[in-house]
Design a protein around this ligand. Sequence first.
Ligand SMILES: Cc1cc2nc3c(=O)[nH]c(=O)nc-3n(C[C@H](O)[C@H](O)[C@H](O)COP(=O)(O)O)c2cc1C
Length: 371
Amino acid sequence: MSGQEIPAPPLRTPYKMGRFDLSHRVVLAPLTRQRSYKNVPQPHAILYYSQRTSKGGLLIAEATGVSDTAQGYPDTPGIWTKEQVEAWKPIVDAVHAKGGIFFCQIWHVGRVSNTGFQPNGQAPISSTDKLLTTQLRGSGFDVAQFTTPRRLRTDEIPNIVNDFRLAARNAIEAGFDGVEIHGAHGYLIEQFMKDQVNDRTDQYGGSLENRCRFAVEIVEAIVNEIGADRVGIKISPFATYSEAGDSNPKALGQYMVEQLNKYGILYCHMVEPRTATVGEISLCLHNPVPMRNLFKGTFIVTGGYTREDGNSAVAENRADLVAYGRFFLANPDLPKRFELDAPLNKYDRETFYISDPVIGYTDYPFLEGTA
Ligand SMILES: Cc1cc2nc3c(=O)[nH]c(=O)nc-3n(C[C@H](O)[C@H](O)[C@H](O)COP(=O)(O)O)c2cc1C
């Protein structure tokens, strides 16, 4: 020993996120894994999430449906029934037992769906009745057939806001530390926000204020239900997933952040513009720093980050925390590997969305001696 202390890498430094004391800044990004048969979380998720838990680490659970109209993929979990809430409890308990902080990402796919996923074979709901034509969905690469959506009537919108509120209440009942509203990737909330999709003429369409009204009402309802200090939101103003682009993403992002500040929510999780298109190619088209500077709470970035990028983002104060998706999927001990600068397991895209309870799910190896 030389006696010289090597400073901890920025991702390894502690961070106080509201009431939560994080011991490092490597966050598990929400990852849909399609292993929640019939929309009910399964016991194999106990092992999956606890493998990815570190003491003082933040985990965000996979996108979780708020109602029976919220799904568009096979076997994604929900949180609207008693059975689902009960099924989440042992998973949340396992994360807490290892000292993790666990948020539930709550979700409605809107038109990124088809009649096969809907109750009584009805049409999916959306801000619009425009059919989604691309075969590429959200964060995945699976091919799907979409059904022409049904445009929500103005008087129905409060019911959907209420579904989000109840889902947040249920998440707390299940033991989660908070919720992340899924306001990204072309799903229902973005179908209202983005002008490529929203063609409404009521108070939920047209101006920026009107297009963001649905998102803001959801934030307000959830803040009133569970408290602002347990609420985060993920947004992707720059992304164009599922034909949900915006003509002025910068103005949209800044307007949303200003609204979030009014409610004092805990965090804003921003999909980096460089993953504006799906795939491995990173295009740095826009700059999220103005939003980072504007937002008063914790700022999480995600999208194509390596260990080095994450360390620089924190060191340069471009983010408080960095959420890792594919690396964390394949490396259950990612924070440890980053700390040691150890090699990473490669992720296998073929097993991202298969329904096997082990393969590509809980069988990624740990560094020797750290499991
Ligand atoms: C298999 C898979 C599933 C995903 N599921 C979700 C999801 O449920 N909710 C969400 O907001 N993002 C989802 N994403 C996006 C990730 O949260 C993350 O933002 C994205 O993968 C970029 O981070 P990365 O480059 O570190 O993988 C998913 C990504 C992958 C690869």
